[in-house]
Ligand binder design. Sequence first.
Ligand code: COA
Ligand code: MG
Length: 293
Amino acid sequence: MHSRRALLYMPGDDWKKITKSITLGVDSICMDMEDGVAITHKSEARAAIAKALRELDFGKSEKLARINPVGSGFEKEDIEAVLPFHPDGIVIPKLEEPKQIQWASEIIEAAELRYGWPVHSIRILVIVETAKGILNLKEIASHPRLDAIIFGGEDYAASVGATRTKDAVELLYAREAVIAACAAFGLQAIDIVAIDFKDLEALRKESEFGAQLGFTGKQIIHPAQVEPVQAAFTPSDEAIAHAKRIVETFEASQKEGKGAYALDGRMIDMPLLKNAQKVLERAKAAGKAERGL
Ligand code: COA
Ligand code: MG
């Protein structure tokens, strides 16, 4: 699965921002046809995204296109405009029911077969951002073409009538519900956007807290947000070294016939081993493990 620590949006009708995005070394680039684009500009966005997929070299960045919600009336033209140019994935916003994923999955599979591409080579990421979406997480998370669930904080707050605050306590239940659903089905969990893009200190804190909760990445809207978010979702050298020590000492203790043991004055047993293995997996996904840290 592609590493998606930072997932950057830009309006699909903004060619300048699309060409800027491919210079940033960002994990995922999501060209938008939904809320970042005015109703009167949907066709310009479709055409510009198709052109970008056809003509630009995205390097290592993943190429994603966000369609309008299934049921909005825009979604069919959106997906049909971009599929012939093989995006790496389609992002479906305001996702509430598994049948909306199935709708996209069938259209994608037909395109894969028509163009002779491997089936499932185009992935689906969904944004859950309504009360109904949160209630249906279990059914949503089990779809086989799904890679990730993205949590949309602003739309969710609007959906339940919450007032947004700086520390986002009003979103905690829904964020943790998304993380649990993703963990249960082996999906990536991608956290809220920090819309105050000039406040990088607040971004750093919010990103670190999201990573602590268990998110694997975060949505962003501005180039200045790339570095702090990538840093927060990459395990630190100390965390990697500690995880390696746990894995090594755990093995030795198992050989001695002990399930639990002490390391630096703290108890280590199976759940801590599993957590250490997760840290090493994330380090590897971020390209950090081979350097022998
Ligand atoms: N992707 C790529 N490039 C971006 C960018 C983005 N999301 N946001 C800003 N840039 C570029 C600008 O074009 C500018 O480029 P330049 O230096 O080559 O001229 C540079 O980064 C600095 O931008 P800045 O002037 O600080 O921001 P702005 O006032 O132009 O734009 C926003 C502010 C919020 C309108 C803009 O960041 C944006 O459109 N973000 C994405 C919005 C979106 O997609 N929303 C829907 C999903 S939540
Ligand atoms: Mg939204």
